[in-house]
Every structure is written in structure tokens, then in C-alpha cells.
Design a protein around this ligand. Structure first.
Ligand code: 5GP
Length: 205
């Protein structure tokens, strides 16, 4: 069978603190054909982040203009800041045959699942609520009140799991991350063999 050239649109989502960034980063490091969609955000740059690599940092006015012009595939207000996925680079890279990874919050993921029914959506679950709490507390970037809000949101977000194609668990420790990464890799690998991604033609001799 001849492979179609179009890449896979991979949506990786899950609650705040679950570690989707860590798992996504391992996937990207393991596969040259995966390209990361750089989001726009109105939040400030954190230490160690690189503009244009981690995010494109823009003002509220610039964000509003992108939304108005219909340039975002999805957008969401997450913890008080706007985030969005520029649509053009996603489609350009898919057309080039690259698989495109979106690491986005569950609100944005719902939008992409609705707008792009051919996407492959994966929800990352924590092994327990206690574990999610200790991860959020451990990173020390949120106040106690913010941790409680994120945990409350997470309980709502996991109710949307049935809308995703797959769910994987990111268990504690390095083995947990490795297992989640291997699960994600297996998903991407098997998705490549979907009959809908092939022309179904056997080349003539
Ligand atoms: P952080 O500010 O910690 O990098 O990200 C906060 C949350 O926003 C994370 O859950 C992250 O996955 C999500 N996020 C990052 N980029 C986007 C985006 O383009 N769209 C949406 N909906 N969420 C995003």
C-alpha cells in the first residue's frame, strides 16, 4: 500500500500538573517526524523558556487580533491567561507529512476534537488524586488556593475522557514517565497503520 503524505494531528491533553509536557517532550525527542505546535500566550516568559520554541509571547491586543482574524485553530483562557494554537503552521506541517503535536488544555482539546475529527486525541491521567496534588504542590509555582482550584478543575476535566481516542496514565517516578511515553509512542505507531491513512493501492509491477 502507498502511504498518504498527510501527517497525524496529535492532541495531548490532561489536567494541570499531570506531566503532559514531560511525556510530550520525550515523544518529540524520540521521533524526528513529530513537530511541536508552538502556541501563542499572553502569559509572561518563565526562566529557561525560549521565545518561539516554548511559546510565542504576545500581548492581549495581539491575541484578540489573532482571534478576530480567525488565525487560531483553538484558544482557551487557562489560569487567567490566553493560549492559542496558530492554525496555519499546523496545516502547513501536516501537508508536508509531519505529525504535529499539540500540548493543550482540555478546553482547547475539545475544540480540536470537534473541528478536526481526524485528529488523534490522548488524555493523560494521574495515577491518583493524591499524586496529582503532590505534583502540583511540589512544583511550588502555585499558591495553596491555586492548587485547590486546579484539583477541582481536574475532577471536571477527567469527566471528558470518553471524548478522547485514548487515555494513558502518567504514574509516579521515572518508570511512570517511561511507561506513559511508551504508551504514547505505541498509539502514534499504530495510528500510522490505519487504513484511512493509506491510499489502499498496491503498486503495479
Ligand atoms: P503553562 O503556562 O504552564 O505552560 O501552560 C498552562 C496550560 O496551558 C497547560 O495545560 C498547557 O498544556 C496549556 N496550553 C499551552 N498551550 C496551549 C494552547 O495553545 N491552547 C490551549 N488550549 N492550552 C494550551
Amino acid at each position: 500500500m502507498n502511504e498518504k503524505q498527510r501527517g497525524i494531528l496529535l492532541v495531548l491533553s490532561g489536567p494541570s500538573g499531570v506531566g503532559k509536557g514531560t511525556v510530550g517532550k520525550k515523544l518529540r525527542a524520540s521521533d524526528d517526524n513529530i513537530s511541536f505546535s508552538v502556541s501563542v500566550t499572553t502569559r509572561g516568559m518563565r526562566d529557561g523558556e525560549i521565545p518561539g520554541v516554548d511559546y510565542l509571547y504576545i500581548t492581549e491586543e495581539e491575541f484578540a487580533a489573532l482571534e478576530k482574524e480567525g488565525k487560531l485553530l483553538e484558544s482557551a483562557l487557562v489560569h487567567g491567561y490566553h493560549y492559542g494554537t496558530p492554525e496555519e503552521p499546523v496545516d502547513r506541517q501536516l501537508a508536508e507529512g509531519k505529525d504535529v503535536l499539540l500540548e493543550i488544555d482540555p478546553q482547547g482539546a475539545q475544540t480540536v476534537i470537534r473541528k478536526r475529527p481526524d485528529c488523534v486525541s490522548v488524555f493523560v491521567l494521574p495515577p491518583s488524586w493524591a499524586s496529582l496534588r503532590s505534583r502540583l504542590e511540589g512544583r511550588g509555582t502555585e499558591t495553596r488556593e491555586q492548587v485547590e482550584t486546579r484539583l477541582r478543575n481536574a475532577r471536571e476535566e477527567v469527566k471528558t475522557v470518553p471524548m478522547y481516542d485514548y487515555a494513558i496514565v502518567n504514574a509516579d517516578g521515572p518508570e511512570g514517565i517511561e511507561k506513559a511515553f511508551l504508551s504514547l509512542k505505541a498509539i502514534v505507531e499504530s495510528e500510522k497503520y490505519r487504513t484511512s491513512r493509506y491510499s489502499g493501492l498496491i503498486p503495479e509491477e
